[in-house]
Design a protein around this ligand. Structure first.
Ligand code: TXA
Ligand code: MG
Length: 335
C-alpha cells in the first residue's frame, strides 16, 4: 500500500480515505494518532493490525465537538464541566457508554469508552469532512515511542496505512491525560499536560494512584500494562543535575558506548564530544522532545546506554517522568 502525505490544503482527500474505511494518521497537540472511522468495525480492525496492538486494549474516540459524545455515552454534569474547560485540549475523558453504541473492538468489551477532542484545526476539519468520529491510538508500532512528527509516523507506518495528515511537530509531546469519570471518585489513569492541580478546582478531588498498575491487578487503563516506549538502548534516569559527572564517569568506567539525552545546559557542561540529543531549555521543551530523542537513539544502534535527565515528578513533570520511567524500565542512576 502506498502511504500518501496530506496537508491541511488536501484534508478532504484524507477524509475520503477515512470514509472508505482506510487508515489515516492525524496530528494532535499531544502526539500523532492513527485514525479510522470509529463506527466501521472493519476499519477499526485494521488499526490493531497496523500497530501490532493487543486487541483487548480499547481505543480513544476522537471527536470534533463535545456534542458528538452524547450520541455514544452518558455525559455527566461533571464531565461536561471538564469538556467546557479543557476541550479542545489534551484531556481524554472516560464515560459510561450507551449500550450497543460502539463496537466491541473500540471498547475492548468494557462498558465505558474514552473520548477526546484534540486541539488541532486540521484534525477537527478531517473529522468534520469524514462525517464520523475517528478512533485515535497513537500512530506508533506497539511498544515504540509515540510519534510527534509526520516523519516518525512514516518511519513506523510506511506501507501499512493509506495516509498521513502532516501538520508539523506536536506542541505537547506526550499523550493526553486520561481521566476516568465513570467511577465514584474521578481518577487519573494516565498523567498528561492537564494535571491534578488543574482538574481539582473544576471537579474536586481526583485520585492519582491508579495508574501505578501492579502485575496481578486488572489495570483500569488496559494500555498501561503493556511495555511502552522501549528503545533499543538501556535508558538510565539521572535525577539530579549534580549526578551527571558521576553517571558519565560510571558509564565510561564500564566501557559502555553511551549517549546523553538532556537539556542544553547539561549537554554544554558535561557531554562535550559524546553522542547526544537536546531536550531544549526546560521541562516543557523536554516533554515535547522526549519521544523524538528516544527515536534518535534507536537510529544509532551503536549507543548501548542513554543517560537521560530526570525532572521533579510533580505537576506537569509527572507526565514526563511517567513516560521516561517506562522507557527506562524504572532504572535510575544511583551513585
Ligand atoms: O494524546 C492522546 O491521547 C493520543 C492522541 C493521538 O489523541 N492517543 C493515545 O491513544 O494516546 P492510545 O490508544 O495510545 O492510549 C489510550 C489509553 C490506553 O492506555 C487505553 O488503554 C486507555 O487510554 N483507554 C481507552 N479506553 C479506555 C477505557 N474505556 N477505560 C480505561 N482506559 C481506557
Ligand atoms: Mg499509545
Amino acid at each position: 500500500m502506498k502511504t500518501t502525505i496530506f496537508t491541511r490544503a488536501t484534508v478532504n482527500n484524507a477524509a475520503e480515505l477515512i470514509k472508505q474505511g482506510e487508515l489515516v494518521s492525524f496530528p494532535t497537540e499531544t502526539v500523532y494518532g492513527l485514525g479510522a472511522d470509529a463506527t466501521n468495525v472493519d476499519a477499526v480492525k485494521k488499526v490493531y493490525v497496523a500497530k501490532g496492538r493487543p486487541s483487548d486494549n480499547p481505543l480513544i474516540v476522537t471527536v470534533a465537538d463535545p456534542e458528538t459524545v452524547s450520541k455514544f455515552a452518558t455525559v455527566t454534569p461533571e464531565a461536561k464541566k471538564l469538556m467546557d474547560k479543557f476541550w479542545p485540549g489534551p484531556l481524554t475523558i472516560i464515560l459510561p457508554i450507551i449500550p450497543g453504541a460502539l463496537s466491541m473492538n473500540v471498547t475492548g468489551g468494557l462498558k465505558t469508552a474514552a473520548f477526546r477532542e484534540p486541539d488541532n484545526d486540521a484534525t477537527r476539519e478531517l473529522i468534520r469532512a469524514a462525517g464520523t468520529p475517528i478512533v485515535g491510538p497513537s500512530a506508533n508500532l506497539s511498544g515504540k515511542p509515540s510519534p510527534t512528527t509526520a516523519q516518525h509516523v512514516l518511519h513506523d507506518m510506511d506501507g501499512r496505512i493509506a495516509g498521513i495528515l502532516d501538520d508539523g511537530p506536536c506542541r505537547v509531546g506526550v499523550e493526553s491525560t486520561v481521566i476516568d469519570m465513570s467511577s465514584d471518585v474521578p481518577a487519573i489513569l494516565r498523567p498528561g499536560a492537564v494535571d491534578e492541580e488543574m482538574l481539582e478546582p473544576i471537579i474536586g478531588q481526583v485520585a492519582t494512584d491508579k495508574h501505578k498498575v501492579g502485575a496481578k491487578e486488572t489495570p483500569k487503563a488496559p494500555g498501561m500494562k503493556y511495555k511502552h516506549y522501549a528503545p533499543d538502548a538501556q535508558v538510565i534516569i539521572v535525577d539530579e543535575l549534580s549526578q551527571f559527572p558521576a553517571a558519565i564517569a560510571w558509564a565510561k568506567a564500564k566501557g559502555y558506548d553511551f549517549g546523553v539525552l538532556a537539556t542544553d545546559q547539561v549537554l554544554a557542561d558535561y557531554a562535550a564530544g559524546l553522542p547526544q540529543y537536546s531536550l531544549g531549555q526546560d521541562l516543557t521543551s523536554a516533554t515535547r522532545d522526549l519521544f523524538a530523542g528516544l527515536r534518535y537513539f534507536d537510529l544509532h544502534p551503536d549507543v548501548q546506554v542513554v543517560l537521560a535527565q530526570g525532572f521533579d515528578d510533580s505537576g506537569f513533570g509527572a507526565a514526563y517522568m511517567n513516560r521516561l520511567g517506562k522507557a527506562a524500565g524504572g532504572e535510575h542512576f544511583a551513585d
